[in-house]
Every structure is written in C-alpha cells, then in structure tokens.
Design a protein around this ligand. Structure first.
Ligand SMILES: CC(C)(COP(=O)(O)OP(=O)(O)OC[C@H]1O[C@@H](n2cnc3c(N)ncnc32)[C@H](O)[C@@H]1OP(=O)(O)O)[C@@H](O)C(=O)NCCC(=O)NCCS
Length: 194
C-alpha cells in the first residue's frame, strides 16, 4: 500500500501515495492548514471566518502519525510536491474514521480530492477490514456534504456539536454543528475502485 502510482484521466496528474512518517508532520500540517484556510466559493459558507483561522500544528499531525491505529496518507505529484493528504483512524473493529481531507489549493477541483479520499478508503478497508467508514462536515457546507454523498456517504441522522464557545468573537450560525455521515463498504476488500 505504501507506494502506489495512479494516472488521472481528467487532469493527467500522477499521484504517488505513501504513509506519512514523523519527518513529514510539518509539511502535512502546512498543507492541511493551507487547504482549510483557502476560500473557495464552492465550499465556503457562513463559516468563512472559521476557515481563515483554521490551525493545524505539526504536533497534531504527529499524534495521528504515531497512533498505531491511524495513518496520515500523502499524495505527491511527479515532482514530489505534496498535493493532498487524508487521515484515517481505526475506531472500532468495524469502523474507520476519515478525517482532514485536504488538497493544496493550487490543485483543487481537478479530481485530486476524490482520488485521495478513495485511496484512504481503500487503505482502511484493506488494512483493517472495516465495514463502515465515517466522517463529518459542518452543516453550513452543503456542497461539500453533497460531494460526500456522490462518493457514497449517507447522513446517519446524528450530529456532533461544534465548540462555538471557543470562537466567542465570531458571529457564527447559531445552529452550527457537524453532520455525521457513513459509507458501508462491506465486501469491498481489494476492490481498488479509485
Ligand atoms: C474538499 C476538497 C478536499 C476537495 O478536493 P478537490 O481536489 O478540489 O476535489 P475534486 O476535484 O475531486 O472534486 C471537486 C468537485 O467539485 C465540483 N465542482 C467543481 N466546480 C464546482 C462549482 N463551481 N460548484 C460546485 N461544484 C463544483 C466538481 O464537479 C467535483 O465534484 P465531482 O467529483 O462529484 O464531480 C478540497 O476542496 C479541500 O482541500 N478543501 C479544504 C479542506 C476541506 O474542506 N476538507 C473537507 C473537510 S470535511
């Protein structure tokens, strides 16, 4: 699973996937922070100010990299430039959590995000044999939620609170929360549907 090369029909970008090591923590943190801070009319809703303040530190990334039940997957292009990343964490026997999907703003909207997500799913399925993949997105990001729905995720009906108290100075939507989504991947082992 560590060095997979993929050709992309729509963008012709070849992606090379590997598992991040502790030495990669700083550049992964930089990529995730830059991606989340990027303002994109497609995704950014009333939570724009939150995006601008989004922070990801190397220490936070390192805690995933050193977690034996988690990986941060990196996608680089032919020049070795990091263009995308995503974490996946084995939660329980049957469930992995997908988190921190991020694509370098310069490479967004070219199909990279779709492929990084698909690779992370494949990793979780093939490595841990999980049957379900879970993730969440802010309720304000309707287009992103639809994007996950096109990738096979369905809303579970559950929500998780957003810590609005940590952002008292911002005018955030009163009902800001995370929408929980899941994808059933039973029987997909080895499918390679990236
Ligand atoms: C979300 C993110 C990972 C997507 O990555 P990406 O490489 O831009 O995504 P893709 O190119 O694979 O897909 C872009 C989608 O936007 C759609 N799109 C393109 N332009 C659009 C527009 N103007 N309006 C609406 N949708 C549009 C495309 O049709 C495509 O959807 P499809 O694959 O179902 O056809 C990336 O935007 C990102 O890093 N965002 C910041 C971090 C973030 O929000 N992560 C998710 C946290 S839950």
């Amino acid at each position: 699973m560590k060095n997979i090369i993929q050709a992309n029909m729509s963008t012709n970008i070849q992606l090379h996937f590997r598992v991040a090591t502790p030495d990669d923590a700083a550049q992964v943190a930089q990529l995730v922070q830059a991606a989340f801070r990027h303002q994109d009319a497609r995704w950014t809703g009333p939570d724009a100010e939150l995006n601008r303040r989004f922070t990801m530190t190397p220490v936070e990334v390192l805690s995933t990299i050193t977690n034996p039940d988690a990986v941060f997957l990196m996608a680089t292009n032919d020049k070795g430039t990091l263009v995308g990343a995503m974490a996946t964490i084995k939660k329980i026997e049957e469930l992995a959590r997908m988190a921190m999907l991020a694509v370098d703003p310069a490479f967004q909207a070219g199909g990279v995000g779709r492929r990084v997500l698909a690779h992370a799913e494949e990793y979780a399925i093939n490595t841990w044999g999980v049957k379900n993949l879970g993730l969440n997105a802010l309720n304000t990001r309707g287009l992103l939620i639809e994007w996950y729905e096109r990738r096979g995720y369905v809303k579970t009906g559950e929500t998780s609170p957003f810590p609005v108290e940590a952002f008292k100075e911002l005018e955030l939507p009163e009902d800001l929360h995370f929408v929980e989504m899941e994808k059933n991947v039973e029987g997909s082992k080895g499918a390679g549907s990236v």
